[in-house]
Design a protein around this ligand. Structure first.
Ligand SMILES: [Mg+2]
Length: 378
């Protein structure tokens, strides 16, 4: 990799991208009809490019598209001229400058890693060790909807081979139990993850788990049933239901992960690169495994750019047991060329350098190009 010493960042381009959802994405904390994401492209001085994506989910992380665009304009000029192999140091610098903007940082880190790996001629999963690059299976997410809509959505995913259904719950215990029961009766060999997105109280979550147990439903995981800081309730729910608990919103940093684990509040940590950036996500994953807990990985509403980066962690590191990498399937369009592919619930890895993806810069004036300290419209 000697030739890489002189491979420096020449240009950063970023543009907004609208990704309409096939059905409204309704969770306990919010609703989205269109994912308002931003794509970042880094160009090196040898012409090699790398892509990244920010998928801000305002109700979860507090970031939105405009805060991400401001962050890019603020953060990216200082990258120009730096060697791309300094991606770790650059990532640390970004974290110092924009600690509360992980989705924006995630996009830049992903583009740096992608460009670095393309320059080195290795797939991104190789960066994390390339532990196991066999195809993997994801769950499928069913948003909060009427019983009829829930059934018709689930049937169509079932026909495509999906068997693990991540049910968004947490707004109404009785309605949640009835929706799951209807699916259980219609599609007998399925299993559930119940994702409350902090919507339940402790008592409501216990009633929900009991309701599912009564009709004979298989609940493999309870994800973030209660508010993020209520670690006592998470620990109690683990004890009283006997169902493994995954901490999602409770873990937005390595310190959060330490805290959750110290409180015995979870069996799984749900890793999401949009919550922490990519490099801290990898640190949290390593820490979680060495602490004896299990790993889940998910995303916000992401295309195959950001989700490919998450899949690279799965393929490169050991220990991700539950994959919730389905959001490109929930979108009406897939604007990404190349990269990993879906075959039903199976994710088929790519073998090209970096993420193996490409996306053209839009022909209109929506892209911003940074070559020095003066951003220009393309
Ligand atoms: Mg979740």
């Amino acid at each position: 990799m000697k030739q890489m010493k002189n491979t420096s960042i020449q240009e950063v381009t970023f543009w907004p991208i609208d990704l309409p959802m096939t059905d409204p994405f309704v969770v306990a904390t919010g609703i989205r009809a269109v994912a308002e994401n931003i794509v970042v492209r880094i160009t090196l001085n040898n012409g090699i490019v790398g892509y990244g994506e920010a998928a801000p989910f305002p109700e979860v992380g507090g970031e939105d598209r405009s805060s991400c665009l401001q962050a890019f304009a603020h953060l990216t000029p200082s990258l120009i001229g730096h060697p791309v192999h300094d991606y770790e140091e650059l990532g640390r610098h970004l974290a110092e400058q924009a600690p509360s903007q992980p989705a924006a940082r995630c996009a830049i880190e992903t583009a740096l890693l992608d460009a670095y790996c393309r320059a080195a001629g290795i797939p991104l999963w190789q960066c994390w060790g390339g532990a196991d690059v066999r195809p993997r299976v994801t769950d499928i997410t069913i948003p909060i909807a009427t019983q009829d809509k829930t059934l018709s959505l689930a049937r169509s995913w079932y026909d495509r081979g999906f068997r693990l259904f991540k049910m968004k719950v947490g707004k109404d215990v009785d309605a949640d139990v009835r929706r799951l029961e209807a699916l259980h009766r219609a599609l007998t060999d399925i299993a559930f993850i119940g994702d409350g997105n902090q919507g339940f109280s402790r008592a409501e979550c216990l009633a929900f788990a009991d309701g599912v147990r009564r009709f004979g439903g298989v609940m493999v995981l309870l994800e973030q049933p209660v508010v993020r800081d209520d670690l006592d309730s998470l620990a109690a729910i683990r004890r009283e239901t006997g169902i493994p608990v995954a901490a999602d919103e409770s873990v937005r940093s390595l310190d959060d992960a330490r805290n959750v684990i110290a409180h015995g509040a979870a069996d799984y940590i749900n890793i999401k690169i949009m919550k922490t950036g990519v490099l801290e996500a990898a640190e949290i994953a390593t820490f979680t495994l060495t602490s004896g807990l299990k790993l889940m990985i998910g995303g916000m509403l992401e295309s195959r750019i950001a989700m490919g980066c998450s899949l690279s962690l799965v393929l490169g590191m050991k220990g991700f047991e539950v994959l919730d990498l389905d959001t490109p399937l929930l979108m009406a369009t897939d604007p990404v060329q190349g990269g990993y592919r879906y075959e039903g619930p199976t994710l088929r890895p790519w073998h090209e350098p970096g993420l193996g993806v490409s996306m053209p810069i839009p022909a209109d004036t929506s892209a911003t190009r940074i070559r020095d300290n003066n951003p220009t419209r393309t």
